[in-house]
Design a protein around this ligand. Structure first.
Ligand SMILES: C[S@@+](CC[C@H](N)C(=O)[O-])C[C@H]1O[C@@H](n2cnc3c(N)ncnc32)[C@H](O)[C@@H]1O
Length: 188
């Protein structure tokens, strides 16, 4: 909804969303795109109207995601705790909200380090409110080094990112190269 609302799903673009979880019930619900109406009450009414269809008859207490939104989604079971994930694509934005809370510190670090290897340069990783990237040194260095590949290595000047939004694009650039406001953006 957010992508569509921001005009980032024009028919000429190949906009796709990979939705993953370990829980197959949760994935099945995403696959169907049908939700009890009380689960979507926090969604602003105009978004609901634009991107969901209201059920009728015995489905009157449900909403269904509109097919054009559903068409953007690929649903896949991924266990974040496994050593490899069946993902080859790169992403412009990753949302990993409130999933790290299930892991101990070592696993959180391992998962975060793997997560930062997936965004495109300049991509964004959103974490949950209570989650932090504290101690993510190795992953950030690797992300920075990937951007440097093919160029003489120099140490990336990295400002500590704000905890809830790690802007990967700023990692491989020096302070001079960084655009004003880089690393300072917050989700709307
Ligand atoms: C608290 S919910 C957060 C859901 C959603 N991201 C949000 O912010 O509303 C945590 C989700 O993490 C999933 N989860 C737990 N352990 C996981 C794992 N090892 N791999 C992938 N997902 C996991 C749970 O099934 C659950 O759907």
């Amino acid at each position: 909804m957010v992508l569509a609302d921001a005009g980032l799903t024009p028919p000429t673009w190949d906009t796709r969303i990979l939705a993953s979880d370990i829980d197959t019930d949760c994935l099945a619900q995403t696959e169907n795109g049908v939700y009890p109406i009380d689960r979507v009450t926090p969604v602003p009414a105009d978004l609901l109207k634009r991107y969901f269809l209201r059920g009728t008859g015995r489905h009157g207490a449900e909403v269904r995601m509109r097919p054009e939104l559903r068409a953007l989604l690929t649903v896949r079971r991924i266990n974040l705790a496994e050593a490899t994930w069946p993902i080859r694509a790169r992403f412009h934005v990753i949302f990993c909200r409130n999933a790290l809370i299930y892991f101990d510190r070592a696993m959180q670090k391992a998962v975060l380090e793997r997560l930062v290897s997936f965004p495109e340069p300049g991509g964004l990783l959103f974490l949950g409110h209570a989650e932090s990237v504290f101690g993510l040194g190795a992953g950030r260095r690797r992300a920075a080094q990937r951007r440097e590949r093919g160029r003489p290595h120099r140490r990336a000047a990295v400002r500590p990112p704000r905890p809830q939004l790690l802007q990967l694009g700023a990692l491989g650039r020096s302070r001079q190269q960084r655009a004003p406001g880089d690393g300072d953006r917050r989700p709307a």
